[in-house]
Ligand binder design. Structure first.
Ligand SMILES: CC(C)(COP(=O)(O)OP(=O)(O)OC[C@H]1O[C@@H](n2cnc3c(N)ncnc32)[C@H](O)[C@@H]1OP(=O)(O)O)[C@@H](O)C(=O)NCCC(=O)NCCS
Length: 187
């Protein structure tokens, strides 16, 4: 059964909403940066690549079948500035598994916005989509990302040692996860 939530999702400081074609410049502001791309599979994106990515995101607003993604922009309520994005990928229908991902503009990091936005995405997944387990992956050196996972109450379930090649070197990957019954005392 598919899942097509209502948007926007409003949190104390943010609005989470689908992307629009007008977001290309704001997304290029962070996806074009080398520091943002450091631990991402993609390198820094050109403006044309960002335009293509935004065009794909415009329709990534629901799940028809496993591997579909919901990708939302995080906008500051106070100013309307787009400061980052979150993705929720439906990984298994039968086992009700989803994978979360996040990218925020460095100028807006370190203020808890990613925690606030991800918390709302977890509510959506567990409460509205009846997801059983949410997991996330990151490079073991990406402390900002795994600290975010731990702030969200996710548990480190795996540390893959030198299991793949990432940007020319050995990859070390953490897997974190949280179950529905563990999230905010169960929803
Ligand atoms: C991963 C990423 C989204 C984390 O962003 P972040 O800004 O560190 O996360 P938050 O917005 O939740 O902010 C948390 C930080 O702000 C601090 N903070 C300040 N006010 C806060 C608040 N109200 N609530 C929570 N944390 C707050 C926290 O102490 C924490 O700092 P610390 O990591 O030094 O301990 C960001 O680093 C990023 O986009 N990186 C580039 C892309 C990337 O690598 N994505 C992940 C791929 S796996």
């Amino acid at each position: 059964m598919g899942f097509f939530p209502d948007f926007p999702i409003v949190t104390p400081r943010l609005i989470l909403r689908p992307f629009t074609r007008g977001d290309v410049d704001a997304v290029f502001d962070y996806r074009g940066r080398r520091d943002v791309a450091f631990y991402l599979f993609d390198g820094p994106l050109s403006r044309d690549e960002v335009a293509t990515a935004v065009q794909q995101r415009v329709v990534q607003i629901g799940w028809n079948e496993p591997e579909d993604k919901i990708v939302l922009g995080a906008e500051l309520r106070e100013t309307g500035t787009l400061i980052g994005e979150l993705s929720l990928i439906w990984r298994s229908e039968e086992a009700r598994q989803a994978e979360v991902g996040w990218i925020f503009h460095p100028e807006y990091q370190g203020r808890g916005y990613a925690t606030e936005a991800a918390g709302a995405m977890f509510d959506l997944a567990f409460r509205d989509a009846s997801i059983h387990r949410i997991f996330a992956r990151c490079d073991a050196r990406n402390g900002s990302s795994w600290r975010l996972m731990e702030r969200l109450g996710m548990r480190r379930e795996a540390h893959f040692r030198e299991h793949a090649i990432f940007k020319g070197g050995w990859d070390e990957e953490f897997i974190y996860a949280v179950l529905r019954r563990e999230w905010r005392d169960g929803v």
